[in-house]
Design a protein around this ligand. Structure first.
Ligand SMILES: Cc1cc2nc3c(=O)[nH]c(=O)nc-3n(C[C@H](O)[C@H](O)[C@H](O)COP(=O)(O)OP(=O)(O)OC[C@H]3O[C@@H](n4cnc5c(N)ncnc54)[C@H](O)[C@@H]3O)c2cc1C
Length: 747
């Protein structure tokens, strides 16, 4: 989250109560042993590439991801095994070996989880869910995807063998849920693994945290460790800072927590400031399970043990009921065993091995005295491992340390010591989960496991993307300035934008402000400002103007390259322009205007990449029209855009300014030729309008038609409009609007 806020131009401080960064992804070290405390299965690695990419860095320059194979080995109580991972055919073959003929059911399960993934991950995981309408809109899709079923029921509809049903139902446990009642939407994790595989950072998850800390330091984020936040400072209805346990207060424009939201609301915000998240409401929440995790080192190696092994106990439903409903400790545990040296030898000391084993257990709502039960469970787990995968474990144990829900509560400040914050039930997902923007206080935001979309590394990173879309601009002082500029400098566009929904109109005016300011700098000889902007952009540094564009990128997904190309083209014309060929001219028009077409596409809701070429063409057409209209103004700035190749005698700037009669015939001919090229591009732009949502069609078609009308005026009398600017009358603009309104509904 800190990285995303920094990219938007905020000064960011990260405060954490632990002595090292990483939260649940801490590293425990003892002698030659090191243990990743929490996450070990890295999925959706592109999310990390994106984080480094925010600052123009390559993730691979900071940390290497190693493929894990198999992704998991399942060890069943009857002695059978299943290796899951690799290519689809590998898993199908494994399944057919274990339960002949069931490979087909598995393929169908993968097919169905792909559909869930397309909605649950690709469409919704990084979208804000603080509006109920957003939830309502998704209901038909969620019903079609059978989200009313539990993961176990959905898996059971594709697979018959009980071992397979259990194995392919474990995903909710990875994010704290009970497979028997977690909505089947979480089957998307299954496809997430299929799509991008399972990875392990070289040097462990701790090395990944170190890589992120390096990036954090490089981009100027302050990291303050060993600092416990004890209060949110509130003024009126606004969060305006935090108080530390030490008594120190830190004021801030925004407060963003990735701590456990129920704990933050209950313990850090006085109840008088909470109308939604009252204590009574917080008590009705269902929490994820607790975790017992035993970190141990051995003086010998166990090379036959895979990186990730799930050891299934005898019972499945009964164990889950013990954990989630009866809230008692079971004597028949299912375990996850982590042996990182299987992928990365450096994770174990020479000749030895390092493991952690995790058992899901009840959270602290259960009446379990962990001081007594911890060692008991550890012995139970050790005996279970000795009998199965790690014979002779007791004789070679070289290091041992375990954590229980008490530690999760004490160390990571989770309510009831839960391992993954609130449970991923349907009634606690999306809009029903803790909102990323607080309903109770302004300027208070949440990301992390307890918020939308949920726990697990991909979920937590995606939640930061959601917050990035919701936070206000980092420099609110120039917010009214950009709207004023839009209204005063482009009356026509600002009137057209009245036809847009409010948020899109705001985005368009922000984009206009960025592009117009850059253009003004280029026209007014402010080359230094333009070059400074380019420098900040290329070096990913905060910049007063460009941070507006970054905000648009966060909220609307604008690409970076159009702005780079726009500034390059503008810098290119600072020292005067002499265009030689049509191709050079089109490239220039793309740079200064086609790029703006590309920038507007995501704001207008265009999702099909095929539309981009049309948007580019429309921008190029408009710029060609501009060139034909502004020949004299451009000549005053020593810019000649009429390509040399279309002339026998290429006019000089003074010929263009004085409208030298000897040159006019050729100049007019060149203009008419450019306007003909523009017309072809307008026609292409018109074709692309079908990719726009209905309301946007009106705006874009109207803008295109008005520009084209300028071209028509010039064509009627090119000589007159050499010295007199071609302007479309208001009456004509209105007349053009009517067919645009009509045509919006006729494809
Ligand atoms: C044992 C284990 C194994 C896991 N395995 C995987 C896995 O293989 N793959 C996967 O994708 N996910 C896995 N997860 C889940 C994943 O690790 C978590 O969902 C994710 O790390 C949670 O990130 P977070 O930022 O929400 O919270 P955290 O990582 O807990 O970060 C929050 C930080 O805020 C601190 N904090 C809280 N309150 C305060 C306060 N008042 N003042 C100061 N600091 C405070 C906490 O101490 C913590 O350091 C695992 C989790 C555990 C526990």
């Amino acid at each position: 989250m800190a990285l995303r806020l920094r990219r938007l131009g905020y000064d960011v401080s990260v405060i954490d109560n632990n002595p090292m960064a990483g939260g649940r992804a801490q590293v425990y070290r003892a002698g030659d042993f090191k243990f990743d405390a929490g996450p070990t299965v890295i999925t959706a690695p592109f999310l990390f590439d994106e984080l480094f990419g925010l600052f123009g860095k390559k993730r691979s320059d900071y940390i290497e991801f190693l493929p894990v194979e198999p992704w998991y080995r399942f060890e069943f109580e009857d002695g059978s095994k299943l290796d899951y991972g690799g290519k689809l055919e590998d898993t199908v073959a494994e399944i057919n070996r274990l339960s002949p003929g069931e490979g087909l059911g598995y393929q169908k399960l993968v097919g169905f989880s792909k559909k869930i993934f397309a909605v649950g991950f690709e469409k919704l995981a990084d979208q804000p869910f603080h509006r109920f309408q957003t939830m309502i809109k998704q209901v038909p899709a969620l019903l079609a995807l059978k989200s009313y079923l539990s993961v176990y029921s959905l898996v059971g509809s594709f697979l018959k063998d009980e071992r397979l049903r259990r194995a392919f139902s474990i995903h909710p446990l990875l994010v704290g849920g009970n497979p028997l009642n977690t909505t089947s939407i979480y089957c998307l994790i299954h496809y997430l693994e299929r799509k991008w595989g399972v990875w392990f950072p070289r040097g462990g998850t701790g090395a990944l945290v170190e890589a992120l800390v390096k990036l954090i330091n490089e981009v100027g984020i302050k990291l303050e460790l060993n600092q416990q936040v004890s209060k949110v400072i509130v003024e009126g209805k606004k969060a305006c800072g935090i108080r530390l346990k030490s008594g120190e207060e830190k004021l801030a424009n925004l407060v963003v927590f990735d701590a456990d939201p129920p704990k933050v609301y209950r313990d850090l915000i006085d109840s008088e400031h909470r109308s939604k998240w009252s204590n009574a409401r917080l008590e009705r929440i269902s929490f994820s399970m607790g975790l017992f995790v035993w970190y141990f080192g051995t003086s010998r190696s166990y090379p036959d043990v895979q990186h990730h092994t799930i050891i299934m106990g005898k019972a499945f439903k009964e164990l889950l009921e013990d954990i989630y409903d009866r809230k008692i400790l079971s004597d028949d545990l299912s375990l996850y065993l982590h042996r990182p040296a299987a992928t990365d030898q450096s994770m174990a000391p020479k000749g030895g091995d390092a493991f952690y084993v995790l058992a899901p257990v009840p959270n602290k709502l259960a009446k379990i005295n962990w001081e007594e039960s911890g060692e008991k469970i550890r012995n139970q787990v050790q005996a279970q491992l000795e009998k199965s995968l790690l014979p002779g474990l007791g004789d070679c144990l070289a290091y041992s340390h375990f954590v229980t829900p008490d530690d999760f509560e004490g160390k990571f400040n989770t309510l009831w010591g839960s391992g993954f914050s609130i449970a991923p039930l349907f009634r606690q997902s999306a809009w029903f989960r803790f909102h990323n923007r607080s309903e109770d206080l302004e300027n208070l935001y949440f990301c992390g496991a307890g918020t939308h979309p949920g726990a697990g590394v991909p979920g937590v990173i995606s939640s930061a993307k959601v917050v990035e879309k919701l936070v206000p601009p980092s420099r609110i002082e120039n917010e009214s300035a950009f709207k004023d500029i839009f209204r005063s400098k482009s009356r026509t566009f600002s009137i057209a934008s009245l036809l847009l929904p409010k948020d899109r109109a705001e985005a368009i005016s922000r984009l206009y402000y960025v592009c117009r300011t850059l253009d003004d700098w280029a026209d007014e000889g402010e080359g230094a400002k333009l070059k400074d902007a380019m420098n900040c952009w290329e070096n990913h540094q905060p910049h007063e103007l460009l941070d507006h564009y970054r905000l648009l990128q966060a909220r609307w997904g604008l690409d970076s390259f159009p702005l780079t190309e726009l500034m390059e083209a503008m810098i290119g014309e600072l020292e005067g322009v002499r265009i030689q060929t049509d191709a050079e001219l089109i490239k220039y028009c793309h740079g200064v205007a086609g790029t703006i077409g590309l920038m507007t596409c995501p704001i207008f809701g265009v999702t099909d990449p095929a539309a981009l070429q049309y948007a580019d063409d429309l921008g190029i057409a408009m710029q060609l029209t501009n060139i034909c209209r502004d020949i004299r103004e451009d000549a005053q700035r020593d810019r000649i855009y009429l390509p040399a190749e279309s002339f026998d005698h290429w006019p000089t700037a003074s010929d263009l300014l004085s409208a030298n009669p000897a040159s006019m015939a050729e100049i007019n001919q060149a203009k008419l030729r450019l306007l003909a090229i523009a017309d072809q591009r307008y026609a292409s732009g018109e074709v692309g309008i079908r990719y726009l949502p209905l309301r946007m069609r009106i705006v874009v078609r109207w803008a295109g038609r008005m520009y084209r009308e300028i071209g028509e005026l010039i064509k009627e009398d090119p000589s007159l409009h050499h010295s007199k600017r071609a302007v479309v009358s208001n009456r004509k603009k209105t007349r053009i609007l009517l067919p645009c309104l009509f045509r919006a509904f006729v494809p």
